[in-house]
Write a protein that binds this ligand. Structure first.
Ligand SMILES: NC(=O)c1ccc[n+]([C@@H]2O[C@H](COP(=O)([O-])OP(=O)(O)OC[C@H]3O[C@@H](n4cnc5c(N)ncnc54)[C@H](OP(=O)(O)O)[C@@H]3O)[C@@H](O)[C@H]2O)c1
Length: 243
């Protein structure tokens, strides 16, 4: 079923472990999915992973070289996106990295900078790139993938929680700033670990797969998810989703 036929999607972080499943689901649903990438090996790996669904749906994957951590690079991406596709209908930001190491009071400043760069600055750059485009047309759907760390705290991983909480607030700010437009902003809070291609052991069957996260994004976009108008959507397990 081509629920996303004619939909132009950008997935920032589409080469990551959750992102690649999201890309696969959206291509399978018929979308044109554009992914900025900074590493050729990861681009090839993603293209290979998506090939069978692209062959069997009207969807396609387009990878464009750009670094989500660099505003200038993403401004180039934005210009190419407009040139080739004219717009973005759905933007997904699936970015960041896990951190385990130090309590805040003795965390090296380089570690702090890295977490803030990967988990927060990348989001700001995506907002500048994609949400700004949506504001030009007063429409679009923007989905930020987040995790339970935004609301849960554990020692030695605190910087991740701080960045995730700020990411959650970013979604709330974006929603306020989209008032009076047809732009929808969503924060998808995925509470358990996600079943990704790389996670081979200690998997709980009922955890969401990365493709199921993608399916949920499609349902948000087309308006069939429960409470589509809400900004924050908390996802726990597969069976929970089916209820
Ligand atoms: N994995 C899980 O079990 C899980 C569970 C719940 C929620 N989540 C959420 O899902 C999101 C993605 O997590 P993930 O596990 O998929 O992470 P991941 O595999 O590390 O992928 C992160 C993506 O972000 C990109 N990225 C990170 N820092 C960057 C930087 N400084 N500049 C440019 N690109 C950068 C990476 O690019 P490259 O590919 O080029 O490295 C990659 O595409 C996070 O918000 C996380 O909280 C994940």
């Amino acid at each position: 079923m081509e629920r996303l036929k004619d939909c132009i999607v950008v997935v920032a972080g589409g080469t990551g472990s959750v992102g690649e499943g999201v890309v696969r689901a959206l291509v399978r649903d018929g979308a044109t999915v554009v992914v900025p990438y900074r590493n050729d090996e990861k681009r090839l790996r993603l293209e290979e992973y998506v090939r069978d669904v692209a062959d069997n749906s009207g969807g396609r994957l387009v990878c464009m070289a750009a670094d989500v951590g660099n505003l200038e690079s993403m401004m180039g991406f934005r210009a190419e996106l407009v040139d080739r596709f004219g717009r973005v209908d759905l933007g997904v930001a699936c970015l960041g990295g896990w951190y385990y190491g130090y309590s805040l009071h003795n965390m090296p400043v380089e570690h702090w900078d890295q977490v803030i760069n990967d988990n927060l600055k990348t989001h700001f750059i995506c907002v500048r790139t994609l949400v700004s485009l949506m504001h030009e047309r007063h429409q679009g759907v923007y989905v930020m993938i987040n995790g339970g760390a935004a609301e849960l705290i554990a020692p030695e991983t605190g910087a991740v929680s701080i960045a995730a909480a700020a990411q959650l607030m970013t979604a709330r700010v974006l929603k306020q700033e989209a008032r009076g437009t047809d732009i929808r902003i969503h924060s998808l809070m995925v509470y358990n670990p996600v079943k990704t291609r790389d996670r081979r052991t200690e998997v709980v069957d009922d955890w969401l797969s990365a493709e199921e996260v993608g399916d949920y994004i499609t349902s948000l976009y087309v308006g069939s998810a429960p409470n589509t108008d809400k900004t924050i959507h908390r996802l726990y397990t597969s069976s929970n989703l089916r209820q």
